[in-house]
Design a protein around this ligand. Structure first.
Ligand code: NAP
Length: 345
């Protein structure tokens, strides 16, 4: 276990940092440059400001998000200008843009003792960025989406966070990371100590096999089977998609066993006896294969090479998915469920 030299807080794997243990002192009179004002950059910049930390936003010329930051009262500079004045440089850029922006606009302008911070482990875990030895480098990964972090902090709360520091960082980087997490609202329920690689691999695995991959394909398949067996698409949409939220809300609040106790006996028995027929050992083996692709870096290489491909890239794949019967049904059903919202994307 790695122990900080100047506090009683442990920062070893598996420990949880409580907000009450943490001081904002490492950020006192320091300037944080938030590079990128997307969903997460905006939440960090506004929450830090609310916590009394001086923030500069670094944005590329002509950026509409830079204009938004300015309209929200933040000082906006070019990326090199913001970096040159900062004690902490937070990289709030898309994973695929990190390496080039760091090499061209960040590394040459950083102050010698300035720290580098990330909200996700990708750039360090997969060698997109290699900070020089001795450069403080930390991860403060909120376990929540950016807008959620912003809203929770505005109400005096926050979200849990995963915290990590690179091996080559000075030991006091842990206190800086914890102070940063406190200021941004990432210690609600605790700051869970991890490392860049574990955070990144587990994040991608969860996204791919459950949250953004497995669940969506499960919904697609269930919707397809119901409609091809003559059940109306609205019925199918309600049963296979709409009600997912009810279950995830129960899971989120009460866990698996608590969720089972709150649903009907028929639903509990049906799920307990049929779920394992859907997710078979063969499916588990494919999940293991996906984990191996992530761990080996094969997924990272594929993503960096293909994400912008006109045929195989993210936008092209999302466009094809948007034409699927499930997505089409959603666009019909949702305006009726949310008539107050003018637009459904
Ligand atoms: N979104 C979330 O809720 C979430 C959750 C957990 C972790 N994270 C992590 O947070 C980080 C930021 O993610 P995000 O979702 O906030 O990203 P995003 O919404 O895609 O925003 C990216 C920002 O980076 C700027 N940018 C892109 N390319 C640039 C370049 N070449 N030079 C300068 N600025 C550039 C964009 O500016 P323009 O306006 O000029 O395009 C935009 O302001 C990532 O590490 C991500 O993994 C995000």
């Amino acid at each position: 276990m790695r122990q900080s030299e100047n506090s009683h807080t442990s920062y070893g794997p598996g420990t949880v940092v409580a907000a009450a243990q943490v001081s904002l002192a490492p950020l006192a009179n320091r300037v944080v440059a938030v590079i990128g004002y997307g969903t997460m950059g905006r939440a960090h910049a506004l929450n830090l400001t609310r916590s009394g930390i001086r923030v500069l936003v670094g944005s590329r010329p002509g950026s509409s998000r830079g204009e938004l930051a300015r309209a929200e009262g933040l000082p906006v500079l070019t990326v090199p200008e913001a970096v040159a004045q900062a004690d902490v440089v937070m990289l709030m850029l898309p994973d695929e843009a990190m390496a080039a922006v760091y090499a061209e606009s960040i590394a040459p302008h950083m102050r010698p003792a300035a720290a580098l911070g990330f909200a996700h482990g990708f750039a360090i875990a997969f060698d997109q960025i290699r900070p020089e030895t001795g450069r403080p480098c930390f991860l403060c990964a909120p376990k929540g989406q950016g807008d959620m972090l912003l809203a929770a902090h505005a109400q005096g709360g926050g979200v849990p966070g995963l915290l990590a520091v690179t091996e080559d960082s000075p030991p006091e980087t842990w206190e800086l990371a914890a102070a940063y997490a406190l200021a941004v609202g990432c210690l609600h329920g605790g700051g869970f100590i991890t490392d860049f690689r574990s955070e990144c691999v587990s994040d991608q695995f969860g996204e791919q096999v459950v949250l953004c991959g497995g669940v969506i394909e499960l919904l697609q398949a269930a919707f397809q089977i119901m409609t091809e067996n003559g059940y109306g698409e609205e019925n199918a949409y309600f049963e296979c998609v709409h009600e997912l939220k009810l279950i995830t809300d129960l899971l989120h609040r009460y866990g698996v066993d608590g969720m089972r106790r709150k649903i009907s006996g028929t639903a509990a028995y049906g799920g307990l006896t049929r779920g394992r027929r859907v997710i078979t050992d063969e499916v588990r083996e494919r999940m293991r294969g996906i984990l191996r692709e992530i761990e080996s870096g094969a997924f990272a290489r594929e993503f960096l090479a293909r994400h912008a491909d006109p045929e195989q890239g993210t936008a092209a794949l999302a466009e094809r998915e948007a034409a699927s019967p499930l997505a089409v049904a959603g666009r019909k059903v949702l305006p009726r469920l949310h008539p107050e919202e003018e637009k459904h994307e």
